[in-house]
Design a protein. Structure first.
Length: 96
């Protein structure tokens, strides 16, 4: 399966998210970046870039992956999370 998401600009945080998803999923996720420009004479130009879709191989293959559960996630959130984001994440967890 392939998923394509169109965006007006690919920022680094979005690029890292796509790399992570592609490394841990059974489908390919692509970002389609479409930027538009207008020349002085009114001519419209489009710049189209495609990113993603390939599996990212972890650099350290002998490094064990963390088995996440809600307790470990909550502990990590408290110790490493952005203080202003913690209440929002807790509300989202309680919503399910």
């Amino acid at each position: 399966m392939t998923l394509i998401v169109a965006v007006d600009r690919i920022v680094e945080s979005l690029r890292r998210l796509v790399e992570f998803i592609n490394s841990a999923s059974t489908f390919n996720l692509y970002l389609l970046e479409v930027q538009q420009y207008r020349a002085e004479d009114g001519l419209r130009l489009a710049s189209i870039n495609l990113f993603g879709g390939t599996k990212v191989v972890p650099k350290a293959s002998n490094c064990p992956r963390t088995q996440w559960d809600q307790e470990l996630f909550s502990e990590s959130l408290e110790s490493e999370g952005e203080p202003s984001s913690i209440p929002v994440v807790k509300e989202l967890l309680a919503f399910h």
